[in-house]
Design a protein around this ligand. Sequence first.
Ligand SMILES: C[S@@+](CC[C@H](N)C(=O)[O-])C[C@H]1O[C@@H](n2cnc3c(N)ncnc32)[C@H](O)[C@@H]1O
Length: 387
Amino acid sequence: MTPAARIAAAAEVLDAIATGLAAEQALSRWGRANRFAGSKDRAAIRDHVFDALRRRSSCAAWGGGLSGRALMLGLLRAEGRDPDEVFTGEGHAPAPLSPEERAAGDAPEGPAALDCPAWLSAELEASLGPDFEPVLKALQARADVFLRVNALKATREEACAALAAEGVEAEPFPLAPHALRVTAGARRIQATRAFAEGLVELQDAGSQAICEAIPLPAQGRVLDFCAGGGGKSLALAARAPALRYFAHDANPRRMNDIPARAARAGVEITRTEAPEGRFELVVADVPCSGSGAWRRQPEAKWQLDQDGLSALAATQAAILEEVAPRVAPQGRLAYVTCSLLDAENGAQAAGFLARNPGWQQESSLRLTPRDGGDGFFLAVFTRQGGA
Ligand SMILES: C[S@@+](CC[C@H](N)C(=O)[O-])C[C@H]1O[C@@H](n2cnc3c(N)ncnc32)[C@H](O)[C@@H]1O
């Protein structure tokens, strides 16, 4: 496919997303209907689609509308490219620009220039303070791909060498002690022996840094209460494999990959639908707005609304109340979000402490995309007394 045909395809996929399809779904549907497209074409189309979604409001301003065609036109203008070189109508290129399209479109202003949902702008600004603009700007760009080296199987240097032998270039990343930033060959990672043999696991560097900051007990049991695919338990188990790990999720199917991932990593994680007894550490990596990870899931940025945010905050508070009694005396509760919003982070931690006088906050950590990985929040609470 020519570069212009890829842009036309991206516009088509964006139109499908606008009808309510998830981006991944729309991309696979397009791929199935256009089998002639090779893997490089599909990757390029995907990049265009995600670039436009990340910068949807500024692209809409530059392009004069929210259709796929307008968004792609806006993306070209935002990047300082000449749309007439793409909108030629030749072959599978998009049709030439109409006089209306030429006249429409302007530089974005205010929250749109930062691709910040207007309704959330004040709340994000209050949460991020002076970081507001730089963080929002960081969220307009693609995220890096990160790996966590499994310290049980390799050093960072050994993992880099093993990956390089299979065409994946990676370098140590300072945010977390076992983090690697992939600089080339990211699409090959899951086909490498280094991955299959558990030397490395895909995990954002911010997520790794959060897992490193969770204090682990000397012995006993750890419950990952909102385990999903098990990313947090896998990282904790690599730090202290002698502890016993239990993974739980309200939607147990989300944990389907845990056995294979744990086997590759050489650790043991037991899935449970009904955790029993008390745990020395409970990790609650709660469902959240995902605002810290909007670079990877840009649709979420535009789907969130006030009702959704309030519902998430209520769920987070309810999960904290549900897990607190499962923590053993003197044990710890680690509350984690990948949110940038105080309503889901500091305010949630303060609410928990106000409702539960037998608890203290031991530490907290806030990361934003300015630190290099996704944005995260961690609050570690300790349970006082012997009851
Ligand atoms: C942020 S994701 C977890 C990501 C995962 N810990 C990881 O590191 O890969 C949140 C998870 O919480 C689960 N969840 C939602 N509500 C829940 C609840 N009330 N109790 C337990 N899990 C819940 C969701 O199904 C989802 O898998």
